[in-house]
Design a protein around this ligand. Structure first.
Ligand SMILES: [Cu+2]
Length: 127
């Protein structure tokens, strides 16, 4: 009849998960900070470094049905040689691509989008 030992055991058990959660949250926060720090740097550094060589084009895209479609096209464009930056809008059904004119052409970008199964329209330069 000695209920004195259980409270001693409970204290460390209750603390253990509390310690683990801040560590996990901290790890996510660090990852999030790295990702957030990475994107603006790349976007801000390139226009000033190669603004003379970079061209921009907006390409209408039909056939995107969800965010995954937009993400798929975005990833493909950003992975294309000569593409400096790409933003795909599901809402506006278009892609805005910054590219180096000597390395890739709007026609090639249109063909690459069509190759994914979507329907790219006529590119609008500089938009
Ligand atoms: Cu989709």
């Amino acid at each position: 009849m000695n209920p004195t030992s259980p409270p001693i055991d409970r204290a460390p058990r209750a603390r253990a998960p509390r310690r683990a959660r801040p560590l996990l949250l901290g790890a996510f926060a660090v990852l999030g900070a790295l990702a957030a720090a990475c994107t603006p740097r790349a976007a801000a550094g390139q226009p000033s470094a190669s603004s003379a060589a970079a061209s921009a084009v907006t390409i209408p895209i039909e056939g995107m049905s969800c965010a995954a479609c937009a993400a798929r096209i975005t990833g493909m464009l950003r992975g294309t040689a000569g593409v400096v930056g790409a933003t795909v809008s599901l809402e506006h059904r278009s892609a805005r691509v910054e590219y180096q004119a000597g390395r890739v052409t709007p026609a090639a970008l249109v063909a690459a989008i069509n190759a994914l199964g979507y329907r790219a329209g006529a590119p609008v330069p500089g938009a």
